[in-house]
Design a protein around this ligand. Structure first.
Ligand SMILES: C[S@@+](CC[C@H](N)C(=O)[O-])C[C@H]1O[C@@H](n2cnc3c(N)ncnc32)[C@H](O)[C@@H]1O
Length: 456
């Protein structure tokens, strides 16, 4: 039989869903990854590049749909890079996200018996869950376009509306398009357009009665003429800000936030916790789910009656505040970003708590880790700083709540903690990002027995 070649058309049956997104099939004993397919689909694919884990294929024609393929609710599915699995039944999406975490654990001998349980978030949450977004703006011959990038590209795909956005967020973005269009601004000049508006940041609170909007600009453009027309369309808008766009590349980060009109923060209520969420800060995209996670952590911490709650990687402080709320347990917050660390302290005070807030790297914290501490860690995708992990292993705090956005690094860090004697009490998968491959996992751990507090 002739060996398959790049560019060849093949008819294949999709056998499974890769947790990174594409459907998986086999050609002459070699795996082929085909985006926008689902298990059971009979498809015609064009073979693309061959990597170390097999072929990359392009879907050319769907011949027969599999049983768990559905008509995507969004008309832009397959073009817009925002959602990967609009065409897959939600139950299979969820199973695949959970199974991925489970698979990674099973690869570590010490973790292989652990089970990831699915947290039952309310039905109907597969759409309309996103409360904040940053989107690129592109200037074209027919004015400005804003939307998600297409998959693996920097082409902006403009959407009438986005189904995963909360209703107010969508209304705000639609008002932005109307107002920018009506102002013909920056008037059809591609160069000026690119120089002027780079990114839009939009955020609404869980109650959907406050919205905040910002633009990253490459020049000191006066955005104040937008305020009146935007407020007329979206009375919930409480503030408009400007930030400096990165000088080069496609970074969508907000830097040096400057208020244009109104405020630079919104008020949020996460269960019993009051929060002030400033422009540019990290917060979970779904406040309802964020509140469920914080409740579960608080429950675990309280059961242990810790002498102190440490919220490391605290961001704006929601998790630690929820755990300390209604107790007289001291709260210590550590966050690398000085502005966020200050906001975390402010949020603690807003809830009647006195916290000690440190701006700095968790690995440089020179405090004393006590065996009676309850420790919350919510690191970025790369997982725990090695020095902190080491300190947790030797300090053996009574409880650790580890919230992770990346199962690979969570499995690695859990393996080290379990090797040091920690017991994993629960592992809970929160389906925070339906239609995508992402999952948030909460691991609740305890150290028992003879604990000797160590110097940090
Ligand atoms: C995933 S966010 C968690 C935020 C917070 N726990 C929440 O629920 O909103 C991670 C946070 O850790 C901070 N961070 C990242 N690396 C850090 C480090 N080495 N030391 C301290 N903070 C760090 C980031 O600035 C970010 O605010």
């Amino acid at each position: 039989m002739a060996r398959p070649r790049r560019g060849q058309l093949k008819q294949v049956r999709i056998e499974a869903l890769d947790p990174r997104g594409p459907g998986l099939a086999t050609v002459a004993g070699v795996a082929v990854r085909v985006p926008d397919t689902a298990p059971g689909d009979l498809v015609r694919v064009r073979l693309g590049k061959r990597g170390h884990s097999g072929w990359f294929g392009e879907l050319v024609e769907l011949l027969t749909p599999g049983p768990e393929r559905r008509e995507p609710p969004c008309p832009l599915a397959g073009r817009c890079g925002g959602c990967t699995w609009q065409h897959v039944e939600p139950a299979l999406q969820q199973r695949t996200r959970l199974a991925h975490g489970q698979q990674l654990l099973s690869e570590c001998a010490r973790l292989k018996d652990l089970k990831v349980e699915a947290y039952p978030l309310p039905a109907g949450r597969e759409l309309g869950y996103r409360h904040r977004v940053k989107l690129p703006i592109e200037a074209g011959p027919r004015g400005l376009r804003l939307g998600c990038y297409a998959a693996h590209s920097h082409e902006v795909v403009e959407a009438e509306r986005c189904l995963v956005h909360a209703a107010l967020l969508d209304r705000l973005l639609s008002a932005v398009k109307d107002v920018l269009g009506a102002h013909r601004w920056p008037a059809g000049d591609t160069e000026l357009g690119q120089a002027a508006l780079r990114t839009v940041f939009a955020r609404v609170n869980g109650a959907q009665d406050q919205a905040l909007l910002g633009f990253a600009t490459r020049s000191e453009l006066d955005l104040s003429p937008l305020w009146g027309p935007l407020r007329a369309k979206v009375p919930e808008l409480v503030g408009l800000f400007r930030s400096r766009a990165a000088d080069a590349g496609n970074s969508l980060l907000a830097r040096e936030i400057v208020s244009v009109c109104g405020r630079t923060f919104i008020d949020e209520q996460l269960g019993p916790v009051r929060m002030r969420i400033p422009a540019g800060a990290f917060s979970q995209v779904d406040p309802h789910a964020a509140s469920c996670i914080a409740d579960l952590i608080a429950e675990q911490m309280r059961a242990a009656e810790p002498r102190r709650v440490l919220d490391l990687y605290c961001g704006l402080g929601a998790l630690g505040i929820r755990a300390a709320l209604g107790t007289d347990v001291p709260l210590l917050q550590i966050e690398r970003d000085p502005a966020m660390a200050e906001e975390a302290g402010r949020n603690a005070r807003l809830n009647g708590l006195q916290s000690e807030s440190f701006a700095g790297n968790v690995a440089d914290w020179q405090g004393r880790l006590q065996a009676s501490d309850g420790v919350i860690v919510n690191p970025p995708r790369k997982g725990l700083e090695p020095d902190l992990l080491q300190r947790l292993c030797t300090g053996r705090p009574a409880r650790i709540a580890y919230l992770s956005c990346r199962p690979e690094t969570l499995a690695r860090d859990l393996d080290a903690l379990v090797a040091a004697g920690a017991r994993v009490e629960r592992l809970v998968g929160f389906d925070l990002f339906p239609q995508t491959v992402h999952i948030e996992t909460l691991a609740l751990l305890r150290f028992d027995g003879d604990r000797t507090p160590l110097r940090g």
